[in-house]
Write a protein that binds this ligand. Structure first.
Ligand code: PMP
Length: 361
């Protein structure tokens, strides 16, 4: 079988070692003669595994003890509602930075609950797409919180600055960049991420919330996304996505074995440098994001001649390089290269790209 590298943006590839272990344990987890999918979330074995996963996740991101970690349902989009419903309090507005598709989607949902002060951060620098520096974000005085998305999965745009907005409560959608680099958690009120990119399988959403922000949920906030209810019930108010939680726990162990997020950060930089290097060294491929805002997780690129797109996709698929088709709103190609994508996978892609250009350029 050809070695397959899966560049899907999410659900995305998982580490091979993790999949092998899950396969081994699938029908007999911890000697119980049953799978982890089939046991009670309230039983000792699952609770122990769940607690260990949380501990490993906390270790990986160095999460201060003044923060709760919640394992919940609802995906990134669920948090677009959970954030206002938990944090708005008696205010009527919040600051929303628009840097791309997902940030704008959060704004759209927020309109149901408040009047967002939208900060359009999209700018052009030397003809390339970029993001206004944080120092130019005009926050409003009466905002309940600030929301932004540090990595735009579709646009391939990253905001790499660490927020420093005094007392403002910063909330951030880390769905496509969590665990790819160290984060100073103390700068945030809430960090959230859907699991299906850099954590584990779809169905799980992780929320990191500063403890003093609990207890403010709106009375109509559904209990299953109420941070206080989730926190008081150790994320087991309703049945959590147990299999996704378990598998994410295996990914956290794997990450620790790799050396943690510092090591991933270094490897992710190498992978991104390799891929952007090939794009920049050619007139055949192009990426139109300014270098300071280029995502290291999601790399969109266009072929100079879009008539070659389907041939590129066809040939790359045959070469074992899967899911390179760009998102429907931007077209072209996109390679998502999360933690689980090894450097060899990116090397295989760049070798293919160079060869494709040689044959068709
Ligand atoms: N935020 C970001 C940055 C995303 O990439 C996605 C999914 N691609 C979402 C939110 C929405 O996530 P979900 O489908 O889990 O609701």
């Amino acid at each position: 079988m050809t070695q397959v590298y899966n560049f899907s943006s999410g659900p995305a590839m998982l580490p091979a070692d993790v999949m092998l272990l899950a396969q081994q344990e699938l029908r007999d987890w911890q000697g119980l003669g049953t799978s982890v999918m089939e046991v009670s979330h309230r039983g000792k074995p699952f609770i122990a595994a769940a607690e260990e996963a949380e501990k490993d996740f906390r270790d990986l991101l160095n999460i201060p003890s003044s923060y709760k970690v919640l394992f919940c349902h609802g995906g990134g989009r669920g948090q677009f509602s959970a954030i206002p419903l938990n944090l708005l309090g008696d205010k009527t507005t919040a600051d929303y930075v628009d840097g791309g598709y997902w940030a704008a989607s959060a704004v759209k949902e927020a309109h149901k609950y408040l009047k967002p002060n939208v900060i359009d951060a999209k700018i052009t620098v030397d003809g390339k797409r970029a993001i206004k520096p944080m120092s130019e974000w005009q926050l409003s005085e009466d905002a309940a919180y600030l929301h932004y998305c540090p990595n735009e999965t579709i646009d391939g745009i990253a905001i790499n600055e660490t927020p420093d907005f005094g007392d403002a409560i910063v909330t951030a959608d880390f769905s496509s960049t969590i665990l790819s680099h160290p984060i100073d958690v103390s700068r945030y009120g809430v960090i959230y991420a859907g699991a299906q990119k850099n954590i584990g399988p779809a169905g799980l959403t992780i929320v990191i919330v500063r403890e003093d922000l609990l207890g403010k949920a709106h009375s109509v906030c559904p209990s299953i996304i109420d941070y206080t209810v989730l926190s008081e019930n150790d994320s087991m108010f309703n049945t959590p996505p147990t299999f996704a939680w378990y598998l994410s726990g295996l990914v956290f162990k794997w990450l620790k074995q790799q050396g943690g997020v510092d090591v991933m950060n270094r490897i992710n930089q190498q992978k991104a440098d390799l891929l952007y290097g090939v794009i920049d060294n050619s007139d055949f491929y192009r990426n139109d994001v300014a270098s300071a805002n280029r995502s290291r997780m999601n790399v969109p690129f266009q072929l100079a001649d879009s008539k070659l797109d389907s041939l590129f996709l066809d040939e790359s698929f045959k070469a074992g390089l899967h899911a390179l088709k760009g998102h429907r709103v931007v077209g072209g190609m996109r390679a998502s290269i999360y933690n689980a994508m090894p450097l060899e996978g990116v090397k295989a892609l760049t070798d293919f790209m160079i060869d494709f250009e040689r044959r068709h350029g």
